[in-house]
Structures are given as C-alpha cells and as structure tokens.
Design a protein around this ligand. Structure first.
Ligand code: ADP
Ligand code: MG
Length: 335
C-alpha cells in the first residue's frame, strides 16, 4: 500500500478538509466531534457528528472544537485531526503515516494560537508541521499569482472569521481579520426569530435559513420559508413563516461589519498597489462567498470588480495542497 507523506489540512471553524498530494481533496467534513460527556470518548466525527447537534441525549454532546478560527478545545481538536487523517486515508486508499503537513492559521491568530495549531497537528501524528497564513492559502487555491509583485485581494468568509488580505510577492501586505462570519449570521437569525416570534430555533435551522433565503443587502424577489422551533411562551413546537427581507434585515449589521473590514484593508493598501486592485479586483472565498447576492453587493459598495473563487469552500485546502510543492520555502515550523 502506498503511503501519503505530504498532506495539507484546512482546519476550519466550520469544515475540515484534507488534501493529499497525489489525490487532491481527500476529505471534507464538518469540524464537529460527538463525545460521551461521562467517558470523554469520541463517538463520531464530521457529518455524522454534525447530524447529532442539538438532537442527542444528555450524555452525548456534539462539540465544535474550533471557535473564531482558533482552537477552543485542544484535546478534542487533536482527536479530530487524528480521526480525519484516518478517514482521509481510508477514503483514498493510502496509509498516512508520519506525514509532513501544511496547515493554515488565520492571519489574526496570536502566536499562542498558532503554536496550539502546530502542536495539535504534531500530536495527531505529523512528522513536520508547516504553517501557512489562511489568506495566502485561499489566494493560492483560487489560482491567483501570489508570487508576483501585484496586489491580490482575498476576502475569505468562513464560519468563525472573515479574513481580508492583500497579498503581493508571496506575503501579506495588509490584512484585517474579524470574528464575524457565517456563524454570526446564524446567530443573528436565531436572535431575530426569538425576538420577533418568541420562538427558539436551533443553529442548524438558522444555517438552513441563511443558505436558502439569506441575501446580502441587494434588491431581490422576496422569498419565504417555513421553519419550526419551540414557542417560548407555550413550550410547544411552532411553525413560523419567514421572508428573505426580514432575514436580510436581521443579518444586515454583521454584513456591514464584513464590508467595513474590506474597506479598512483597502485603505491600508500601499499606493503603488492600488491600481492593481482597480484592474484585478477582489476575490471572495469561503462558504460566506456563497451568500445570495454577495458578489453584487460588495461590488456595488467598493467600486472594484468582485469575483468568486472557483470552489470557494475548497480554496484554502487546494492552496495548502499547492503549498506542499514549496514546503521547504514555507515559514519554518515552530519547532
Ligand atoms: P471555515 O473555513 O471556517 O471552516 P467555510 O469556508 O467552510 O468555513 O464556510 C462555512 C460557512 O459558510 C458556514 O457558516 C456555512 O453556513 C456557510 N455557507 C456554506 N454554504 C453556504 C451557502 N451556500 N450560502 C451561504 N452560506 C454558506
Ligand atoms: Mg476557512
């Protein structure tokens, strides 16, 4: 059996992807781990665990071990990485033993947070760990010429963080990272439904609402959607009908925070690179790039062309994969 010796990992707040040099994307699973609270035993990882969120008996809890782009629960993150490497190996029919790993960290991560990611991957079985900044990986994955002395602007809207970066000559020239992204929009929707209807909905339902009828701040043909939750007054299940217009209003403030981060980064752009941005525009990646109307809305606000990466949910993983080719030139591992 062949051994995969070099892999890329996109350790996202919402989704974890594994890239193998010879097989491409080997795995794409939600960053969720179901554990037995009493024994701390891991019961499921990925899709299987995500299905359990909010539905399990008291002693089984579904945990998202990463929060805001960084590790919130170290042991469970390590266990999750171990499991996803195993699952990836099985899926592509290779063994993954002591691999060299390229993993990304948000550009806003502190050195302690970076070290935690490095150590967790190492503890999960990696031989060497190389770290790449997430926006650089996203840009590489989207096929931008990051090594050239031109401005490449990437807006990666993930689950926990939105990272905006201007990359030129292989490095980050200016960046902003904010802890407002897909999860926050879900949360806005939960809060809105509670306030407006006195009904509590789960986070998975909120995510479905966002994906189906969530719009950026653009005009659109109004849509409606019926969802179920628990009536906070009677305690009984209740169905409510939501419109895309009210959801757009519910997520408006968070969307504006994302826009502000983009504006702030563009303002930090060195003058010599500004012309490139006007010509080449901005590229959106991450799941948040798929919000209905996002491309048009941002374009109308910043007056430069806005593009969506070819596979926004996979850009970072593809980028870590491309980085495997110049692994020697990457920022040396911490130890
Ligand atoms: P991370 O890198 O943090 O793991 P991802 O780039 O995988 O995040 O994006 C996950 C986020 O994108 C989640 O908040 C998810 O709800 C959101 N998302 C995924 N698909 C869509 C879609 N079609 N429309 C809107 N949001 C989406
Ligand atoms: Mg990501």
């Amino acid at each position: 059996m062949l051994t995969a010796t070099e892999i890329g990992i996109d350790l996202g707040t919402a989704n974890t992807l594994v890239y193998s040099k010879n097989k491409g994307i080997a795995l794409n699973e939600p960053s969720v781990v179901a554990i037995d609270r009493d024994t701390r035993k891991v019961l499921a990882v990925g899709h299987e665990a995500k299905e359990m969120i909010g539905k399990t008996p008291g002693n089984i809890v579904a945990i998202r071990p990463l929060k805001d782009g960084v590790i919130a629960d170290y042991d469970i993150t390590t266990e999750m990485i171990k499991q996803v490497m195993k699952m990836a190996a099985k899926k592509i029919g290779l063994t993954i033993r002591k691999p060299n790993v390229v993993v990304c960290t948000p550009s806003g991560a502190t050195s302690v947070e970076r070290r935690a990611i490095h150590d967790a991957v190492k503890q999960a079985g990696a031989k060497n760990v190389h770290i790449i900044e997430e926006p650089v990986a996203a840009a590489l994955g989207a096929g931008l010429p990051v090594d050239e002395p031109v401005a490449n602007v990437v807006v990666d809207i993930g689950g926990g963080t939105t990272e905006v970066a201007i990359i030129s000559f292989g490095g980050v020239v200016a960046s902003h990272s904010i802890r407002v992204a897909g999860d926050r929009l879900d949360d806005d929707i939960v809060q809105y439904v509670r306030k407006a209807f006195n009904v509590l909905i789960g986070e998975r339902t909120a995510e479905r609402i966002k994906i189906e009828i969530g719009y950026a701040l653009v005009d659109h043909d109004e849509m409606t959607m019926e969802v179920r939750g628990r009536d906070l007054v009677t305690g009984l299940p209740k169905t409510v009908s939501l419109t895309s217009t009210e959801i757009r209003d519910a997520i408006k403030e968070s969307l504006n925070h994302i826009l502000e981060a983009i504006r702030a980064t563009l303002e930090d752009c060195p003058a010599e690179l500004s012309g490139d941005i006007v010509d080449r525009g901005v590229i959106l990646s991450g799941g948040g790039a798929l919000i209905n109307g996002m491309q048009d809305w941002i374009g109308s606000e910043i007056f430069v062309p806005v593009h969506i990466a070819p596979s926004p949910l996979e850009s970072v993983a593809i980028g870590t994969g491309k980085a495997l080719k110049f692994i020697d030139r990457l920022q040396p591992a911490i130890r």
